[in-house]
Design a protein around this ligand. Structure first.
Ligand SMILES: N[C@@H](CCC[C@H](N)C(=O)O)C(=O)O
Length: 292
């Protein structure tokens, strides 16, 4: 089977976008993995699938698969690319698009400067909803920052990591580091991702606070490894920093792939994320029959 696709990127977080508004391709987990494969497929951190409206008042459904082929709830950079895709493909003429994701309805808005702002909804701190299941034996977290100790690999000298846990529709564990360039993201990231306290695994963020309005961030993403940027991870880091009291309500997040601007007024207010969304190329690819 041969399918059409569009390659996109948002701050270097890259995507294969599939248009299933007319017909479903019915891809298997192995086929999503193949599309994401940088050697044998197209190459992407996530596969985004656009489907027709599932309900009145909603414009589209948007389905996200990580590079490992698993379906996940949320993808911030993907939401911006989704909005750019449906406009450029002529699937809508709207600037503000309501889209159903696995974790709820989000609202990307195409702005006059060519960027996209996404209302990502309110952050969730309720532990079972994240989900974060630390059991009974853990000491109570630091009340303000809600940092939790994770016991990791003692031999690798990363015994205890203090993380803030938050859901932006998907789970995040954020820690503050002195310097993201030397932070052990590739060593510690996978240990946090698979830590038993996170029953659905987790995205591991490493944030360096440069000022009250600027951070640097690297994220080891669940199911994808370190990416050049993670939109929901940027939202989670800024929310954690605001709760810590070290960040203002609007913050520029510097990633290896570009800048995202995140705003959060606190409490039940939604987190707003603004950043770029770019089409790289269009193509068609033959899916190996053995993978179906
Ligand atoms: N790159 C994304 C997040 C994609 C999903 C994530 N890896 C997860 O498993 O939750 C973003 O920009 O938010």
């Amino acid at each position: 089977m041969q399918i059409p696709f569009t390659k996109m990127q948002g701050a270097g977080n890259d995507f294969v976008v599939l248009d299933e508004t007319r017909e479903r391709f019915g891809l298997s987990t192995a086929q999503y993995r193949f599309l994401a494969d940088r050697h044998f497929g197209v190459g992407a951190d996530q596969i985004l699938t656009v489907r027709p409206s599932p309900a009145p008042g909603i414009d589209f459904e948007y389905v996200i698969h990580n590079a490992d082929g698993a379906q996940v709830e949320q993808c911030g950079n993907g939401a911006r690319c989704f909005a750019r895709f449906v406009r450029d493909a002529g699937l809508t003429t709207k600037d503000a698009i309501r889209v159903q994701t696995k974790s709820g309805v989000i609202e990307p808005v195409l702005t006059a400067d060519g960027r996209v702002t996404v209302n990502m909804g309110a952050p969730v701190f309720d532990l079972p909803q994240i989900p974060f299941a630390p059991g009974q034996t853990l000491p109570v977290p630091d009340g303000l920052w809600q940092k939790w100790p994770l016991e990791l690999d003692k031999q690798a000298q990363v015994a205890i990591q203090m993380v803030a846990v938050v859901s932006m529709g998907n789970p995040h564990a954020v820690q503050v580091v002195d310097d993201v360039d030397t932070a052990p993201v590739l060593q510690v990231g996978p240990l946090i991702e698979h830590h038993p306290f996170f029953p659905n695994r987790v995205n591991a963020g490493f944030m360096q606070v440069q000022s009250r309005r600027q951070i640097r961030l690297r994220v080891f993403e669940r199911g994808a490894g370190e990416t050049l940027a993670c939109g929901s991870g940027a939202c989670a880091a800024v929310v954690a920093g605001i709760r810590l009291g070290v960040l203002d309500t609007t913050v520029d997040v510097l990633t290896h792939g570009g800048v995202l601007t995140i705003s959060w007024a606190g409490g039940a207010a939604p987190v707003l994320m603004t950043g770029p969304a770019t089409t790289v190329f269009h193509g068609r690819i033959e899916l190996p029959p053995a993978l179906s």
